[in-house]
Design a protein around this ligand. Structure first.
Ligand code: CDM
Ligand code: ATP
Length: 291
């Protein structure tokens, strides 16, 4: 009987994002809080005579530009992966949404292949491989909320998953990460310590203390993104922000009925939206089923 391996690939949001410095290699040093939302892709993997990738979202190419293909190639080159797989991905996280969908898929691929093909890599090895695929990938390997520094790849695990409801809205616009960084203005000395704000202050204070410094680079080019952030406040959010390099925005709500009303209102307006429970914990387990 063939074994079918199953795992979730979760989305993230950024709680505050300070861009500190522009580096010579084009990257930027940042600090940001990472947490999870209840929006995930689902992987099904089995051994096969040759590698094949099928994604439910046909707009995402399944060629060498796909981060799943890149992760497989990296494992073949650097970790001795020889097995071939059929990989099917139910793609729910929108692409170019600032929710880390591609990076999360890369991390899920590394974690699953390591287990299924018995490559013997530990978390540190997987994070080292992950950083070669993207700045966000090490966070997804860790699979725990945390505070990120460096180019976003140095992760300190911290319990910053909001004890509040989170409503995430995708404006149906793809926002380029490279462009957002290119047009942002780094600030090496942020006014407040992002880490202390996340640990010590309540979400209703965050709007005065936290900032996503990529917003001024994205809002002028995508007005809808800024408008949806304003709308989250109008619907009663205690805190609202763009996630990562956009285009998604999210609101943090202390009261469940206010959050549910906001979530349903965005749905009625036709925007893909998501509602995440307080203190949500992602399930990153890898499960096997006999077929
Ligand atoms: C916006 C965030 O999602 C916030 O978590 C991340 O910083 C982006 O992470 P990512 O999508 O994994 O980014 P990568 O795939 O490594 O980089 C895409 C492009 O974004 C820019 N980039 C990314 C990360 C960073 N710290 N500085 C940058 O300037 C670079 O131009 C890079 O070519
Ligand atoms: N497996 C994948 N899933 C989604 N997008 C992928 C994948 N592989 C490559 N891509 C490409 O990556 C680009 C960005 O997608 P992604 O969903 O990672 O963006 P994002 O959520 O803005 O990322 P981040 O928050 O890390 O900046 C898209 O143009 C998409 O075509």
């Amino acid at each position: 009987m063939a074994e079918l391996w199953i795992s979730n690939s979760h989305a993230k949001i950024n709680l505050g994002l300070n861009v500190l410095e522009r580096l010579d290699n084009g990257y930027h040093t940042i600090e940001t809080g990472f947490c999870f939302i209840e929006w995930n892709d689902r992987f099904e993997v089995k051994h096969a005579p040759r590698m094949e990738l099928v994604m439910s979202d046909e707009k995402i190419p399944v060629d060498d530009s796909n981060l799943i293909v890149k992760a497989i190639k990296l494992l073949q080159q650097e970790a001795g992966l020889k097995d071939e797989f059929y990989i099917e991905v139910e793609k729910n996280i929108p692409a170019g949404a600032g929710l880390g969908g591609g990076s999360s898929n890369a991390a899920t691929t590394l974690r699953m292949m390591n287990k299924i093909a018995n490559l013997g890599l530990n978390e540190h090895d997987l994070m080292e491989l992950g950083r070669k695929l993207g700045a966000d990938v090490p966070f997804f390997i860790k699979g725990k909320p945390g505070f990120a520094t460096g180019i976003g790849e140095e992760i300190e695990e911290l319990d910053i998953q909001p004890d509040a409801w989170v409503v995430t809205v995708f404006p149906d616009i793809e926002s380029s990460t490279a462009e957002a960084y290119q047009f942002c203005e780094p600030n090496p000395e942020p006014e407040f310590s992002l880490k202390n704000v996340l640990l010590d202050e309540e979400p209703e204070e965050w709007r005065y203390l936290l900032m996503n410094q990529l917003e001024p680079a994205v809002f002028p080019r995508h007005h809808l993104v800024g408008n949806l952030k304003d709308q989250l406040y109008e619907f009663g959010a205690d805190y609202a922000s763009m996630s990562g390099s956009g285009s998604s925005v999210f609101g943090v709500f202390q009261q469940d009925f206010v959050a549910i009303n906001a979530y349903e209102s965005f749905h009625k307006l036709g925007f893909p939206a998501n509602l995440t429970r307080p203190k949500f914990e992602p399930d990153t387990g890898i499960y096997v089923k006999e077929e």
